[in-house]
Write a protein that binds this ligand. Structure first.
Ligand code: NI
Length: 149
């Protein structure tokens, strides 16, 4: 028997700057280009949260979506919306790339949900950049064009 999943879409707007203190200003510029602009820039991020669905037709929803909305709003949307990602404690020691953001969102959500419920987190950063993580290994990156499309 296959399984179903449910994906909910959330949004937040946030600023960031791709920069690491481990590199010189010149190396930062070489690595991140215009995304290293000292004044930063913003994105309208879209977060796709996928949770396990019901196992069979008669079992109903595995996870209350109202509860999921509450958790994601509290832990993710409120935390990041209209904030500077570079100031977030979750990015104290890492660059605010989409890869790191999708991993951070996974780590913030997974402990809040029943074991095994979180299936996938996706982050749309720009029209052409999508980051995805399913809980094991490295995140998947789909991109066309430059770092920010
Ligand atoms: Ni950016």
């Amino acid at each position: 028997m296959g399984h179903t999943s449910i994906t909910r879409r959330y949004r937040f707007c946030a600023a960031h700057r791709l920069h690491t203190d481990h590199l010189s200003p010149e190396e930062n510029w070489a690595a991140f280009g215009k995304c290293n602009n000292p004044n930063g820039h913003g994105h309208n991020y879209v977060v796709l949260v996928t949770v396990a669905g019901s196992r069979g037709r008669t079992r109903g929803q595995a996870l209350d979506l109202v509860e999921l909305d509450r958790i994601v709003t509290e832990r993710i949307v409120t935390r990041f919306d209209h904030h500077d990602l570079n100031q977030d404690p979750g990015f104290a020691n890492q660059t605010t790339t989409g890869e790191n953001l999708v991993l951070l969102i996974w780590d913030l959500l997974a402990p809040q949900l029943p074991a095994g419920q979180l299936q996938k987190v996706g982050v749309i950063e720009t029209r052409d950049n999508y980051f995805e993580y399913s809980g094991a290994g490295k995140p998947t990156i789909q991109t066309t064009g430059g770092p920010h499309g």
